[in-house]
Every structure is written in structure tokens, then in C-alpha cells.
Design a protein around this ligand. Sequence first.
Ligand code: SF4
Ligand code: SF4
Length: 390
Amino acid sequence: MHRHPKLKVVVYFILILVSTIGLSSIMSQIVGGKAEQPQKRKELKLDKGMTVAQFGQANALSASFLKESFNLAQESDFAKKVDEFGTSEQITSLITKKLALAAEHASKKWIKILIKFGLWFTFLSALFKFFKTRAVSSGVRNCLLVIATVTFGVVLGSDPGPMGTVKDAIYLYGTAHTIFPPRMIALSVFLLIVLLANKYICAWGCQAGTLQELIFRINQNSEQKAIVGRRIKLPFALTNTIRILFLCMFTIAVFAWGIDLIGPIDPFKIYNPTHLGLFGGAFIGILLSASLFIYRPWCHLFCPFGLLGWLVEKASINKISVNYETCIACQQCATACPTAVMGAILKRDKKTIPDCFACYTCRDVCPTGSICFSTRKRAVPPADHFIKRG
Ligand code: SF4
Ligand code: SF4
């Protein structure tokens, strides 16, 4: 098959899709996943003069839930009128929040979540240390992407993932006006990783990101050129505008109508395929096919965490920087970079540097070793650097 590289790409692509969906179906039965569709919240039945017990019965609420929600001290309190605890709006709001939080708790597999965070921490720290001194060959890169995709996606499922911490937080707040504290902790951990090491979590840990990247990398030769078709580097102004508009649309739909626009097309659901509808399946099929030519289309065009991470990335301690004393202005790094980011770094375009996924490609192709991923301050090139040497 090595004589037919295009055929090899197609076969690998099909193999990745089939094995991801097939194995994820099996693993989600064994390990279990969260209910992917957000629970449609029922209208609460609340009539004037109802007792707490009657209210509970009318809305199928357990005694322990009522006890905790209304702070009931003794059994006789169940005979109290609900009106004693506040106006109808206050009661409805209180119970809606409590029900939403109870549903969140019930949908989580805490042991699995702890294992996943433990593995993320170990894997990302090991890679950070390993890549400090070593180049990332294409074989090693693909192996690591497979390991990350299988571990954090196929085996440990779609939840948690960086994107969900932002999307689900907006959905919960928009529909039940509450926040789920463990989700905020998870989001803080992900953002802390971005603050420490750029988009390391997206690059090597996010199950949707590594799958897109793996597909992108199988369609590339040793010169970082596409084997099938051609690479498309979409302008950052376009992708970021779409990403911002998409987040605005998502937020408006949640707050105005309680609709989750991302839910049906969520690419993380590939790891829980039974929750994937026909439309979602078709969308993810197109998205992953596009990944053969475009670097991480979901991350650049739609992902809410991608957008938030891009903002936080600006303050990241470790980032890609160039030593212009030794740089010979060949711009091989910008050509090899799968997105427009290296080009923007070289162009001194400080304000609009796109997302950098800490993939190390630029560093590893630089013939003079002038690029590093470190705490070194990102310098701007001398004004005539590329004119003089270009
Ligand atoms: S930007 Fe991409 S890699 Fe990062 S959380 Fe979103 S889907 Fe995952
Ligand atoms: S090639 Fe370099 S600049 Fe481009 S995404 Fe990878 S690490 Fe970032």
C-alpha cells in the first residue's frame, strides 16, 4: 500500500472512523456515559394552598429532595403550605435549580472523572517534559494522538471534555439560573493548563481535538503537504468571526428558548454513538472529512472552549517564541505550521495571533533551532528582518 499513498490515506481514514465508532459503542456500554441530551425540564405544578407533601406528589419529588430543598426539620413540616416558603416564582426557581443540580449529579460518573483528570495530568506533564528536549517525529506524534484519542475518548468517553465545561455551564445557567460547582472546578483546571502551557490540553488531551488532528496528520507527507487534495489554511479573521458568532447564537438560543444548538452536532458524541442522531452523524462525518484538509475545523470554527482558550492563551507562561538573532528568515516554520499562527508571529502581528496548539511542528522544522516552546518572552522581529534576509 506504500506505493499508493492516496489509497493509504483513505484506508486509514475509514479505519479511524470505523474503529472509533465501533469501539466507543462497546466501551460506552461497559464504562457508561452521561445522558447526552439535556434534560427537558417539566413545568412544575404549583397550586395555591398546596402542602409540601401535595406539591411533592404532583411533581414526583422524593421526600428527601423536598426535605433538603425546603429545609424541613420534622415529618410534620410536610403538612405546611408551600406558600409559607415564598412566592410561586421563588418556589419554582428554587426547585428548578435544585432539580437541575440533582440531574447533573446523577449524570456524572465521579470515579471515571477522577481517573480521567489523573491521566490527563500524568500524560500532559510527561509530554511537556519529553518534548522539552526531543523533536516530535511524525510516527511518535501519530502514536501519541492515537493514545490520547483512545484513552480520553474511546475508553473514558465524551464527558468530561474541555468544551463541555463551557457549553454545559452556559446551558445550565440559561435554563435553570444556576451553576454546577464541579464543572467550574474542571473549567478552572483546563484554563490553568492553558495559562501554564498554551493549548496543551487541546493539543494532546482533548478527545475531539486529538481525533481531528490525527485525521489531519494521516493526510500529510514528510514535507507537511497534503497527500490527498490540498491543505486549506482559513484566514483567522474568518474563522474567529464564525466562532464568535456561533457562540453568540448558542447563548441567545439557550437564554431565549432553552435550546442547545451544539447538542445535536457535538463532535464529542462520536464517543457515545448511540446518542448520535442522523443529522449529528452527518455533521460529524463532514467535519472529520474536512479535518483531512483543514487543521481542527471544529476548534477553529465552533468550539466555545477554543475561543475562551484562545483569549487565555495570550497570558500563557509557556509559548512558542523565535530567537531572531539566529533566525535566517527562511519561513519554513510558517509554511509547516498547520494554521496561520506562525505566519502571524513572524509578521509581528501581536494583537491577532491565532490559536497555537503547541504541536511543535514549527520548532522541529526550523533548520537553525531558533524556535522554542518555553517561558522565553515572545520577541518581535526587527522591522527589516524578513526584507533583509528574505
Ligand atoms: S478547541 Fe478543539 S481541542 Fe480544544 S476543547 Fe475545543 S474541541 Fe477540544
Ligand atoms: S506549528 Fe508552531 S505556531 Fe503553529 S500551531 Fe504548531 S506550535 Fe503553534
